[in-house]
Design a protein around this ligand. Structure first.
Ligand SMILES: [Fe+2]
Ligand SMILES: [Fe+2]
Length: 397
C-alpha cells in the first residue's frame, strides 16, 4: 500500500492490507483491477479509473498554512493524525448545558446561602466568560480556522468553535436559571477595568489577521503564530483557570453545584483546546522554522508575562481577600503555575518560581474523571427530576 493510503485512519475507511498490488477480483458483477497507481473498477457496462497518485499529491500539498487550498473540507488522506485524535477526544466529552440541573443553584442564589463575596465570584465568572467565550469562538473562526489550509486541522478547529458555542450556551442557561440581570452582566465586561484590559490585550492583534494577510512572509506567519499562542495558551490556557478554580472551590463546598458541574465540563473542553492549539503551533513551527527566532520566542514569553500580570489584577478583583476555603495567594500562584506549564510545553523558558500546583485536586477533576459519561448522568437526572439533588459530579471531588 502507498504511504498515502497508510495515512488513512481506520475509523474512516477500511482497507484490506492483504490486497496485492496487482490483482483482479470479481465480486458479483463488479471487477477491480490495479494498474500501477490506477485502480480500474468495472461495474456492468461502466468503468471507473481511480488514480491513487492524486491522494499522494493531496497529502504532499497539505500544510498548516500556505498548503493546497480546496473548496472541500475533505480530511483524507490524513496527515495531522493528532488533530483527528484530539477531535475524537473532544467529541467523546460532548455535553449539553440545558439538561444540567440548576434547581439547587437557584435555591442557594435566591435564599442568600452564599456570602456576598461568594456571590461576587459567581457574578464575575458570568460577566467575564460571557464575553470571553465569544472572543475565543470568533478568533478561532476568523483568525485561526480561516488561515489554516489542512482540512483535518480546520475540522478539529470547527469542533473547537462549536464547543465555544456550548460554553456560551451554558452561560445563558446559568443566567436564565438564576434570573440574573442581563444588563448588569453586559456592563461587567465593559465597566470592570481588569476584564476590559484582558479582552483588549488578547484581541488587539486580531483585526489584521481577520482580513487575510500574506502568510508567506515571516512577519505575518509570526503574527499568526502569536495569535494562536494568545488564544489557546494565554487566554484559554492561563487566563481562564483561576476563575474556574474559584467556582470549583465553591462546588467543593457544595455551593452552586450546577454551575460547578458545567465548569468541570468546560474545563475538560479547554484542556483539549489548549492541546489542539499547541499541536497546530508546533506543526506550524516545524514547517516554518523561520518563525521560531530567538526574538520571536522572547516576544511570546513577554506576551505571556503581560497576560499573567493582567490576570493577577483580575484575580484580585474577583477575590479581593481570603474567604473560607479560598486563599488569594493560592490563586495568584495558580496563574503563574499554569503560565509556566504552557510555556514549558512549547520549549519556552518559565517565568515564575511556583513549581507545585496549589490545586492538585483540580487537575484530578480535569484529567482523571474524563471517562465520566455525560449521557449516563443525564439519564439519572431525568429519572430523579429537577427537585432532587444531583447525584453525579458532586460525589467526585
Ligand atoms: Fe470555552
Ligand atoms: Fe476553549
Amino acid at each position: 500500500m502507498s504511504s498515502a493510503l497508510l495515512a488513512l485512519d481506520p475509523d474512516l475507511v477500511s482497507l484490506s492490507p492483504a490486497d496485492p498490488l496487482n490483482f483482479t477480483s470479481i465480486h458479483g458483477d463488479v471487477s477491480a483491477k490495479e494498474e500501477g497507481d490506477v485502480v480500474v473498477y468495472q461495474f456492468r457496462n461502466k468503468t471507473f479509473r481511480l488514480d491513487k497518485t492524486k491522494a499522494r499529491e493531496r497529502l504532499a500539498g497539505k500544510m498548516v498554512i500556505n498548503g493546497h487550498r480546496s473548496a472541500e473540507l475533505n480530511v483524507l488522506p490524513l496527515k495531522y493524525t493528532e488533530a483527528y485524535r484530539i477531535y475524537k477526544q473532544m467529541k467523546a466529552n460532548h455535553w449539553e448545558p440545558d439538561v444540567i440541573d440548576m434547581s439547587k443553584d437557584a435555591h442557594q442564589w435566591n435564599t442568600n446561602a452564599l456570602s456576598p463575596k461568594e456571590r461576587w465570584i459567581i457574578e464575575m465568572s458570568i460577566g467575564y466568560f460571557s464575553a470571553a467565550e465569544g472572543i475565543v469562538g470568533d478568533s478561532v473562526l476568523h483568525v485561526i480556522e480561516d488561515n489554516l489550509t489542512a482540512a483535518e486541522l480546520k475540522h478539529a478547529s470547527l469542533r473547537h468553535i462549536a464547543e465555544e458555542s456550548i460554553h456560551m450556551d451554558s452561560l445563558l442557561h446559568i443566567i436564565g436559571s438564576l434570573n440574573i440581570d442581563l444588563d448588569e452582566v453586559t456592563a461587567k465586561f465593559q465597566d470592570i477595568p481588569s476584564i476590559r484590559k484582558k479582552n483588549a490585550f488578547i484581541t488587539r492583534h486580531m483585526p489584521i489577521l481577520k482580513m487575510g494577510i500574506d502568510l508567506t512572509q515571516t512577519v505575518n506567519k509570526q503574527a499568526f503564530a502569536k495569535a494562536l499562542f494568545a488564544i489557546t495558551q494565554v487566554m484559554e490556557g492561563t487566563q481562564f483557570y483561576a476563575l474556574f478554580a474559584m467556582v470549583l472551590s465553591l462546588h467543593r463546598q457544595n455551593k452552586m453545584t450546577g454551575i460547578g458541574q458545567m465548569f468541570q465540563y468546560t474545563l475538560r473542553d479547554e484542556s483539549n483546546h489548549i492541546a489542539l492549539g499547541r499541536y497546530i503551533l508546533t506543526e506550524l513551527i516545524n514547517e516554518n522554522p523561520d518563525i521560531w527566532t530567538e526574538a520571536f520566542r522572547a516576544e511570546l514569553v513577554e506576551f505571556m508575562r503581560e497576560g499573567v500580570e493582567l490576570e493577577k489584577e483580575f484575580v484580585c478583583d474577583c477575590l479581593p481577600e481570603d474567604i473560607v476555603g479560598m486563599r488569594q495567594q493560592e490563586f495568584l500562584d495558580y496563574v503563574e503555575y499554569n503560565a509556566d506549564r504552557r510555556l514549558s510545553s512549547l520549549g519556552l523558558p518559565v517565568l515564575s518560581r511556583v513549581r507545585n500546583n496549589p490545586f492538585g485536586w483540580l487537575d484530578e477533576v480535569i484529567f482523571l474523571k474524563k471517562e465520566k459519561n455525560f449521557f449516563e448522568t443525564r439519564v439519572t437526572e431525568y429519572q430523579t427530576s429537577g427537585s432532587v439533588r444531583n447525584s453525579n459530579e458532586d460525589d467526585l471531588i
